[in-house]
Design a protein around this ligand. Sequence first.
Ligand code: PGA
Length: 246
Amino acid sequence: MKRTNYIIANWKMNGSEKSISLIKSIQIHIAKQNIHSAKVIICPPFTSLSYLIKKSSNLIKFGAQDVHYEYSGAFTGSISSPMLKEIGVKYVIIGHSERRQYHKETVLELNTKINSALSKNLKVIFCIGEKLNEITKRSSILKKQLSSLPNSFTSKNIIIAYEPVWAIGTGKTPTVNEINGIHKSIRRMINQKIGSESSKISILYGGSVGPHNARNILELSDVDGALVGGASLKSKDFCKIIDSSI
Ligand code: PGA
């Protein structure tokens, strides 16, 4: 089954309008290498999204790092799906482990966020992953996290990113065999929900992906791209990761 490959940059709380220079150099690289093997998506902070979208070509698509579950109202500091839609955002990360940890996002709240994003035709990059002390019960943790997804979804509106929390920003990763095995078991879990459509869902790996290990991870049969944090902030490293998807 041929699935879409995504290389997604999660800038977290980094970058600004000045980061247009980083985006331009990635664009030039994609154009020069004529890269069609992966869709490249950048997720900057809310404050620079609109500016960066206006200044970029369509070789790169943009995503937000979070969204509120309501469309509008008394939710100080929050941003809604219609607001993202209005400025040309196409994707949104939901359920990143840092949001789960620091903002106490629950399975139920994440379900409402996903529904809000889908109702505005934003494509959801839904993150799941176990903590270090949960490795032995990984399967039940992932199953519970996946229960935030609606009963019916397709490869057109959902991307899954498997990110073991203990691998994020630590330089540690599971072995390539472990990664492929876990991705296969995630696909089996979503098969119980959406049947054969599960074979079309892109499942990305995230957590300490860099230029040194990207090729070994991206060539795995059940890995359909990468969600990249730290290494997405340096043009050279990120371009190397994009090249590894070819
Ligand atoms: P990292 O972050 O690549 O810096 O480990 C990944 C993520 O948090 O999405």
